[in-house]
Design a protein around this ligand. Sequence first.
Ligand code: 5RP
Length: 218
Amino acid sequence: MTQDEQKLAVAQAAIQHVPVGSVIGVGTGSTANLFIDELAKIKHKIEGAVASSEATTERLRKHGIEVLDLNSVTDLPVYVDGADEITRHLHMIKGGGGALTREKIVAAVARKFICIADQTKLVDILGKFPLPVEVIPMARSYVAREIALLGGQPALRQGFKTDNGNVILDVHNLHIMNPVELETTLNQLTGVVTNGLFARRGANLLLLGTDHGVETIT
Ligand code: 5RP
């Protein structure tokens, strides 16, 4: 299977995990977009969706799927989203699309995080993909200096503003041996809104597209 075929296969497989009559958390990115297209086919079976970005909101609405405010939702059984990197421990780097903050918020509320990814995303050690860090604009230089002291090489994502009006530093040169610890350390830097490590709250299930079909990893 090609990478695109793998993305479609995992998006279709994720539909089996959508409980009838529920509100579904929906991620951002090309794999999540394919999931949205599949979700549209069963939209009469769900109550609506909570979106992790403006782009996802727009795509859901185009399909006629109701988008609910997270604050009005008390139970979110499932959140489905892609990843930039994921390990077999189900720790992830996310935020390649810049939606990490809202993704992390929706994931925090969800009872189950289902990650859908093609096999290129599976890694032994996180960090080859530059780690996105969302930062309040006035703290950009300070946070970049602090990250450099931690051994990373931060680069400002040029011409990009998040849905929350902030900037992204993409941190290169990381070899993340302890993702939970680094996630916590980065969270503590003043001016950091969110970092793209999803380790403290990782995925509960990975649907991985492979050459031979969809592999389920828990
Ligand atoms: C967006 C994300 C995406 O889940 C991640 O970038 C993967 O995207 P794609 O499915 O296009 O490979 O975290 O912020």
